[in-house]
Design a protein around this ligand. Sequence first.
Ligand code: 5GP
Length: 244
Amino acid sequence: MKLAVACGLVLSSLLAVSSTAEQFDFFYFVQQWPGSFCDTWRGCCFPDTGKPAADFGIHGLWPNYAQCHGGDDDASFFSIVGRRGKCWPEYCEREDGNALSPWEIRDLVASLGRSWPTLSCRSGDSFEFWSYEWKKHGTCSNLRPHDYFARALALKAAHNLTAILAAAGIVPSDTETYSLSSVSDAIAAATGATANLQCNRDKDGQTQLYQVFQCVDREAKKLIDCPLHMRSRCSGDRVKLPLF
Ligand code: 5GP
């Protein structure tokens, strides 16, 4: 009888997360440099909580396939379907509902506000950003909302990209440029894992470091070497890291 009750409890808690576990291969943990998000023709807005620190901010934690499904080409970051097939799961259905409840992450809100602020001008409410990321990516993570956000925060804290780059002499500047290899070498040396870099362009068309994609195991706990190379939009060898 006790065994039956215990089995029932285990089963129902498994069902509460998801009816079927999502089969993805790794996570992309994506952080954005706020100076580069803001310094484009589109610009940015500060969240209701005020100007964020001059620090990499979390964009998302995204389950990803090592190989696109159902396509006829290698996996690439920039297409979910089409010639390359489906490269990551998104908007998964969960037994416990897909909406993020503020109550579930109430003890993380202060930390999320500092580490995962929105810079979009659509809304100054960072919760809307977290909610969007949860629905699109988090629902496919096989994690409960609290673990999903807590693990993202722990990853950021364990590998402080701003400090790692500063220790290698790569500091925000509106005049200096840095070689892409110096950025990736600094991250690989300090974290023990290769990452992918993504660039964008400032208003004058100059290439700047926009996002760092670190790769993480399926538990969202440990960095791994990135199994895929992305199209990085980093033309030329040098990038800016603009002031914020
Ligand atoms: P994703 O790249 O995760 O598919 O979409 C990001 C969405 O979040 C976009 O709709 C974007 O407008 C919104 N968003 C809100 N705040 C931010 C921000 O600070 N950075 C980025 N990259 N997107 C944001």
